[in-house]
Design a binder for this molecule. Structure first.
Ligand SMILES: NC(=O)c1ccc[n+]([C@@H]2O[C@H](COP(=O)([O-])OP(=O)(O)OC[C@H]3O[C@@H](n4cnc5c(N)ncnc54)[C@H](OP(=O)(O)O)[C@@H]3O)[C@@H](O)[C@H]2O)c1
Length: 263
C-alpha cells in the first residue's frame, strides 16, 4: 500500500502573509483547493490571497495573532466547520538575534518569542487536533528550524522555542498516529525571507522560499516524520550535540553563530 497522502484539499496555514508561509500557500494553490490563511498584516495577507486565487484556489483569510488563543480557536473552528482541515501548517514565527556580544535577550523578548513560536503553534494545532481526532484523519506540519538541533548564542530564545516545538512534535507523533493523524516536524536551514535577511550571521546554503515550500510539500506528501534541509547543513548540525560542548561552541563561533565584536 502506498505511504503517500491523498493530496490535501482543505489547508490552513498560519503566517501566510509573507516568506515561507506565503510560498507554501502558493505551492498548494490550485483549483479544488480551499486555503485558510492567517497573519497579522491584513494588506500583505490579502496580497497572498489574491495570488493564490489567481492560481485557482478558494481562499479564506483571517487577520489573527497566533498568541491570541481564543481568536485562533474561533478562526480554526469556523474554517474547519465549513472546510474540514486535511492539512494544518503551523508556520507563523518570529526571530530574535544578537548582533553584538554586549546584547542580551530580555524577559520581554524571550517571552514574546516563545509565545509566538511555541504557544502560537499550540494555539493552531490543539484546536485542530481535537477536530481531526473525531474524523480519524488529518495531517499537521510544525515549522521548527535546524536551530532546534543545537542552541546557538546568536539566538537563544529562538533556538529554545524551536527546540520545544520539535520536542513536542516528536512526543505526540505516536499518540496522534493512533488516531490517524500524521505529524511532521520541519527543520529548515536558511530560507531567503525577511526573517533571514535580518540575521546577523552568515546564511550558509540559503534556499529560496519557493524551493523550500516545494521541498516541504513533497516531504508532506510522502508523510515524512521529519523534513530537514538542506541535507548538508542538517547533517552537520546533527553532529554538534555529539561533540563536547566546548568544541561545538568553538565551531559555532567560527561559523559566525556566536555574536562577536566588529560585525
Ligand atoms: N527564514 C529562515 O531562514 C527560516 C529558517 C528556519 C525556520 N524558519 C521558520 O519558518 C517560519 C516562517 O518564517 P519566515 O522566514 O517566512 O519569516 P517572515 O518572512 O518573517 O514571515 C513570518 C510570518 O509569520 C507571521 N507572524 C509572525 N508573528 C506572528 C504572530 N504573532 N501572529 C500571527 N502571525 C505572525 C508573519 O505575519 P504578519 O507579520 O502578518 O503577522 C509572517 O507571515 C517561521 O516559523 C520561522 O521560524 C525560517
Amino acid at each position: 500500500m502506498s505511504n503517500r497522502a491523498t493530496p490535501p484539499r482543505h489547508i490552513a496555514i498560519t503566517g501566510a502573509s509573507a516568506g515561507l508561509g506565503r510560498a507554501l500557500a502558493l505551492a498548494y494553490a490550485c483549483p479544488g483547493v480551499v486555503l485558510g490563511l492567517s497573519g497579522r498584516d491584513a494588506n500583505r495577507l490579502e496580497a497572498s490571497a489574491t495570488d493564490c486565487r489567481a492560481r485557482g484556489a478558494t481562499v479564506v483569510t483571517a487577520t489573527v495573532d497566533v498568541r491570541d488563543a481564543a481568536a485562533m480557536q474561533s478562526w480554526l473552528d469556523q474554517f474547519d466547520a465549513t472546510h474540514p482541515i486535511d492539512l494544518l501548517i503551523a508556520n507563523a514565527g518570529a526571530s530574535s538575534t544578537l548582533a553584538h556580544p554586549s546584547e542580551w535577550e530580555t524577559r520581554e523578548c524571550t517571552t514574546s518569542i516563545v509565545d509566538t513560536n511555541f504557544y502560537g503553534a499550540m494555539h493552531a494545532v490543539l484546536p485542530v487536533v481535537d477536530r481531526m481526532r473525531t474524523r480519524g484523519r488529518g495531517q499537521i506540519a510544525l515549522i521548527s528550524s535546524i536551530a532546534a538541533l543545537r542552541g546557538m548564542a546568536i539566538s537563544p530564545a529562538y533556538c529554545a522555542s524551536k527546540a520545544a516545538l520539535k520536542a513536542w512534535g516528536d512526543s505526540v507523533r505516536p499518540l496522534l498516529a493512533r488516531d490517524g493523524i500524521r505529524l511532521s516536524v520541519i527543520l529548515p536551514g536558511f530560507i531567503k525571507t525577511a526573517m533571514s535577511d535580518a540575521f546577523p550571521g552568515e546564511r550558509k546554503l540559503l534556499w529560496s522560499a519557493e524551493k523550500a515550500a516545494h521541498h516541504i510539500r513533497r516531504g508532506l506528501a510522502a508523510r515524512r516524520a521529519e523534513i530537514a534541509f538542506p541535507g548538508l547543513l542538517a547533517f552537520g548540525t546533527r553532529l554538534l550535540p555529539l561533540l563536547p560542548p566546548s568544541i561545538a561552541d568553538a565551531i559555532l563561533r567560527r561559523l559566525s553563530y556566536v555574536p562577536r565584536e566588529g560585525r
